[in-house]
Design a binder for this molecule. Structure first.
Ligand code: AHR
Length: 309
């Protein structure tokens, strides 16, 4: 009998512990920033031995809510949510809480009671907008007519980048957003939106800059402007957010002027917070802020050297 007990004890001690399962409800793959972020999350989860369930919502909020409910039904250990839009999250978050599953918000934000999630790991989108507006103000000495390419309506970055940019340029009476158009954070969307903006402004007459809520829309818009015989980066200044490799290539080509970097390699911050919570830590910050830095053409070689793609 003693022999059997010893064997059981040995089995218990040596049995591998169950890998923790994390459900990640991702927005989609609309931009190169998003694709890099997904790859980083998958790589980081695997390095840590976590079992990651990955759900791509393809920018469809209903699909994303269903994915979160699917994670709850599977009794995952934690849910990481990068919400497509800010609204409509109270009920799914309440359901997760009732099931005892902690939720971590990443990248974008939700318009829900903060007691419904553990923490948010994200950059400050409003600051990104303010940095872009302030850079443009100094580059144009406070005089500029601007067209704006907006990201997905109702999403945290579209709302906050617009607000932050407006707050910065409102200090300068001769700076104004003349027209805005939605490009859905995609290259094709940015190109289409820019074609429309060139129509309403008769070839960007009176426009001194394009402010884009992300790099991919701007890259599409740059192509549209060049096809129309304009010189983006020279006659029309361009400012955007993300800092993806292609925007630095555009800077080197002289067609883009400035981008505020949104770090995509944030899986390590996200899983640090998730794993600390699952290990019992309860005193972490509610918002882990990812720093934002502004980059111009002079930074492009160094920024490109950081990327291998
Ligand atoms: O939520 C972050 C934004 O979403 C990125 O700036 C954009 O590229 C992505 O689609």
């Amino acid at each position: 009998m003693r022999h059997v007990c010893l064997i059981l004890l040995a089995l218990l001690v040596t049995a591998p512990s169950r890998a923790q399962t994390v459900g990640f409800a991702q927005v989609g793959s609309e931009s190169s920033w998003r694709t890099a972020f997904s790859a980083d999350m998958k790589g980081e989860a695997s390095r840590r031995g976590l079992h990651l369930l990955f759900a791509d919502a393809d920018n469809d909020v209903e699909r994303q809510r269903a994915a979160v409910r699917g994670f709850i039904a599977k009794h995952v250990d934690a849910i990481v949510l990068a919400p497509v839009i800010v609204s409509g999250w109270t009920e799914p978050l309440q359901e997760a809480q009732a099931a005892g599953i902690p939720v971590f918000i990443v990248d974008r934000q939700v318009d829900a009671d903060p007691s419904l999630f553990v923490a948010r790991v994200a950059a400050d989108f409003n600051l990104e907008g303010r940095l872009a507006g302030a850079w443009l103000a100094q580059a144009t000495r406070g005089t500029c007519g601007i067209v704006e390419l907006q990201g997905t309506a109702g999403s945290g970055p579209a709302i906050q980048r617009h607000k932050g940019f407006l707050a910065a340029i409102s200090q300068f009476p001769s700076m104004r957003i003349l027209h805005s158009a939605n490009g859905e954070f995609t290259r094709d969307g940015g190109r289409r939106a820019m074609v429309g903006l060139m129509e309403v402004t008769h070839g960007l007459q009176g426009v001194c800059a394009v402010w884009s809520h992300n790099d991919d829309m701007l890259i599409g818009a740059i192509a549209a402007m060049q096809e129309a015989g304009l010189s983006p980066g020279r006659d029309i200044l361009t400012v955007s957010v993300d800092g993806v490799p292609d925007i630095f290539r555009a800077m080197l080509a002289g067609t883009a002027n400035m981008s505020v970097e949104l770090k995509s390699d944030i899986g390590r911050y996200v899983f640090d917070v998730v794993q600390a919570y699952l290990a019992g830590k309860r005193d972490g910050p509610k918002w882990v802020v990812i720093p934002s830095h502004l980059h111009i053409a002079a930074d492009a070689p160094a920024m490109l050297a950081r990327h291998t793609d």
